[in-house]
Write a protein that binds this ligand. Structure first.
Ligand code: UT7
Length: 328
């Protein structure tokens, strides 16, 4: 079977990290009360990266893509598909993927964005696998990239401490393999649009002005409950689809929103904490970038090795969720 094999990964984080304490002081100067203790206890987040005003999502995506291509040892000319998962594109159109393609200098292949919020990277990976299995692409760059800081309401302490900016990328190449070979073994995607209101940024550009609330809004506890339920379900469903017992999974990489969600998901699946990759403490919640950033971190520090089984999971606005299981 034709499978998308992960040949390289890369990431990009803007500037210097901003610690909880620094952020808390900035908020205090504007009369908003928070604390490092609250943020750490409720979320596990210790720092985040925030893009300078002139830095774009496509620039972060391009930096991560270049690093992933170098890691894969492939020339940019070989790329015939670019998918960028983002909810914070540079502009309404063209897509961020087209801007990345231009910056990389590999015109001609397909390039498009996927908008599934924090599930975006997993949605994009599943799409790349499907296109490769159908013979529509040979070498792809799949990127999750966000500048979520631009859609945060810095007067809402319930959300502004949770998110950060960044990008992660993988290079995929179609290979003919059997079930024991490296590649994406299974993917499962879901959405339930009835829960659109629990996590949304409802503003829009309307006849030249912004109408509606242009900042992220979240019912934290409702999202939390949905996340722990669906992450458990979709991991089981995806492992079943690949005929892989859960205990064989080497690494679980859930969307990095909150350490309590990561711990609960690992526990429900019977996976020990040492098998769950956690980067939310360093990156905060970077939406579509969180899973590829975590994947790149754990590959580069030597935890994820060739042959390992890695379950990647997204969950977020829409409501959307999904998982992909890959053999490295
Ligand atoms: O990326 C998409 C997926 N997103 C997620 O998965 C996020 C899911 N949700 C969560 O992670 C958690 O619900 C939060 C971290 C957002 C909130 O944690 P919580 O334990 O559900 O807290 P809460 O919203 O119930 O708030 C508890 C208290 C409230 O005060 P009162 O009403 O008890 O007096 C909040 O006003 O904490 C207060 N609070 C804060 N205090 C200090 C909320 N934000 C802050 C803050 N600093 N930054």
């Amino acid at each position: 079977m034709l499978r998308a094999k992960i040949l390289g990964t890369g990431s990009a984080l803007p500037g210097e990290p901003i610690s909880n304490q620094t952020l808390v002081e900035q908020l205090a100067a504007r009369g908003i009360e928070s604390s490092d203790a609250w943020i750490v206890e409720r979320t596990g987040i210790r720092q985040r990266y925030i893009a300078a005003p002139e830095l774009t999502t496509s620039a972060l995506a391009t930096e991560a893509a270049r690093m992933a291509l170098a890691d894969a040892g492939l020339p940019v000319e070989s790329v015939d598909l670019i998918i960028v998962a983002t909810s914070t594109p540079d502009m309404i159109f063209p897509s961020t993927a087209c801007l990345v393609q231009k910056a990389l200098g590999c015109p001609g292949g397909a390039a498009f964005d996927v908008q599934a919020v924090c599930s975006g990277f997993v949605y994009a990976m599943a799409n790349a696998q499907a296109m490769m299995a159908a013979g529509m692409a040979k070498t792809a760059i799949v990127i999750g990239a966000e500048t979520f800081s631009r859609i945060l309401d810095w007067n809402d302490r319930g959300t502004c401490v949770l998110f950060g900016d960044g990008a992660g990328a993988v290079v995929l190449q179609a290979h003919e393999t059997d079930d024991a070979g490296a590649g994406l073994l299974a993917a499962r995607l879901h959405a339930d649009g009835r829960h659109d209101g629990i996590l949304c940024t409802p503003g829009q550009v309307h006849n030249g002005t912004i109408t509606g609330h242009p900042f992220l809004m979240m019912e934290g506890q409702a999202v939390f409950k949905m996340a722990v339920t669906v992450l458990d379900q979709v991991a089981r469903e995806t492992a079943d689809a690949a005929n892989i017992p859960l205990e064989s999974i080497d690494w679980l990489i859930p969307h990095q929103a909150n350490v309590r969600i990561l711990a609960a998901t690992g526990r429900k699946l019977g996976l020990p904490p040492e098998k769950v990759v956690v980067t939310v403490d360093h990156h905060a919640n970077t939406s579509a970038a969180s899973v590829p950033l975590a994947l790149d971190t754990a590959r580069r520090d030597g935890r994820i090795k060739p042959g390992h089984l890695v379950m990647m999971q997204g969950v977020g606005g829409g409501f959307t969720w999904g998982a992909v299981l890959a053999r490295m």
